[in-house]
Design a protein around this ligand. Structure first.
Ligand SMILES: [Zn+2]
Length: 440
């Protein structure tokens, strides 16, 4: 049974609220509008001529100093991370965020006001499935200032974050799965915090006109200055998680993976969003058709089936594309979602079993053995597999190039083959296989 796909969501109706913009200190009204499937999140500047929109995508990221700014052409919107965090975590994939200034109302420095707004508008399912980024390999980004993020495979979206201020003051750690309910309860109320030594120069330059203890916690030495007491003993790390969610929303896909962050900031968050987007476009490029020769150089499926006795669902070679000398060849296996093993391996999270890749290697190697023996009256039995390594997951849509080379044959009875599987120019698995020959 395949799991029901998660559907894209938008808001049920337009809803709005007003407040102060942090950097300019003026009143701003933010309106959240529903949007069609595959629209993503776009910001609209209602105060400008022609009301330009900006896609909330990493390609449009402009600056990450203290807040995340996106822009297209000369149009900018600042401090988008909290509203994006709320939309992403509350499950809104498609929406227009309309503002009559270059910045959303800051509220109390948390994402609470945006969560309230989203709940006022309601969240409704749409007719298209969601797009995901499934982490296949561990990725990492780091900065010279000691920020580090590692992204690990996971079938949920999780964040584990360590935060520490100057001289490791207020070191805090929290790990959680990001869900709408968990975000609303644990993360959304966590407010922006600043260390006095960081913010003093900005206050001197009058760069944060709307800033006050109403919308940020100020830490001076060991003292915490804020309008109301801390909402959580570890409020700072919670706000860091909020910022990570908001900055990673710029990927434009739901992430299935575990973010492990140490002293993160907008810059390193944005670096991760960029790395994910690069990896995603690299994967999409896998779909580019390759010229797979047929005819004299290789064997088509009829010829493969004349040699191999295997049949559905166990035939793991679609074609042999080339023979390089008598002892070396390359076969192709196109992996589709229709493979029977995907139903159980795993529901909602299809990964090709490694043993099936070993089987594909064995079948391609068998073809070499038959070619060499020039007879189909003897059959090669697969005896052992050594040095088996599974390096990367193989997913539906991948084309596996199965390389096999006969390295040794002892007498008439034994043969050894070195094999590896390649997807998108990267080795996904490898093995050394041993065969014995028996008369049919
Ligand atoms: Zn923030």
């Amino acid at each position: 049974m395949a799991a029901t796909p998660e559907l894209q969501q938008t808001v049920g109706k337009t809803a709005s609220f007003s407040g102060t913009a942090l950097h300019i200190g003026e009143k701003v009204t933010l309106k959240l509008h529903p949007a069609p499937v595959d629209h993503g999140i776009k910001f609209r500047r209602k105060d400008l001529q022609d009301e330009p929109t900006i896609d909330a995508r990493i390609e449009n990221l402009k600056t990450v100093e203290r807040a995340t700014t996106i822009g297209e052409g000369s149009v900018r919107v600042h401090t988008v991370e909290h509203v994006l965090a709320a939309l992403s975590a509350m499950g809104v994939d498609n929406a227009i965020v309309e503002m009559d200034a270059n910045e959303p109302p800051i509220g109390d420095g948390s994402a609470q006001a945006y969560v309230d707004l989203i709940k006022k508008a309601g969240v409704i399912a749409q007719e298209e499935p969601r797009k995901f980024f499934n982490v296949r390999d561990t990725m990492h980004v780091e900065s010279k200032t000691g920020a580090l993020i590692v992204l690990l495979p996971d079938d949920k979206f999780r964040i584990s974050c360590t935060q520490a201020g100057p001289n490791n003051r207020f070191a805090q750690f929290l790990s959680m799965e990001v869900t709408p309910a968990g975000f609303e309860r644990e993360i959304a109320p966590a407010r922006t915090f600043v260390f006095y030594e960081d913010v003093k120069p900005l206050m001197d330059k009058n760069l944060i006109k709307g800033g006050s203890l109403e919308n940020a916690i100020v830490v001076r030495g060991d003292a915490v200055l804020s309008k109301e007491p801390l909402r959580f003993a570890d409020e700072f790390v919670r706000h860091k998680i909020l910022d990570i969610i908001g900055d990673l929303a710029l990927v434009g896909r739901r992430i299935r993976g575990h973010v492990v962050a140490v002293k993160p900031g907008h810059a390193v968050n944005a670096d991760l969003a960029r790395a994910i987007t690069r990896e995603q476009s690299r994967r999409s490029a896998v779909a580019t058709p390759r010229t797979v020769p047929s005819g004299d150089g290789g064997l088509d499926i009829d010829q493969v089936m004349q040699i191999l006795p295997h049949r559905f669902p166990f035939l793991m070679v679609d074609r042999i594309i080339s023979f390089e000398t008598e002892t070396k060849c390359v076969g192709v296996k196109t992996v589709t979602i229709n493979e029977p093993f995907f139903q159980g391996h795993f529901p909602g999270h299809p990964v090709m079993p490694g043993v099936m890749q070993v089987e594909a290697m064995a079948q391609v190697a068998s073809i070499l053995l038959f070619k060499l023996a020039k007879t189909t009256s003897r059959i090669g039995y697969f005896m052992s597999a050594d040095e088996v390594k599974f390096r990367k997951p193989v997913l539906p849509g991948d084309t596996i190039f199965v390389h096999a080379e006969l390295t040794k044959s002892r007498g008439e009875r034994l043969a050894k083959a070195k094999c590896h599987c390649v997807v998108n120019d990267a080795i996904v698995s490898e093995a050394e296989l041993m065969f014995t020959f028996l008369d049919k």
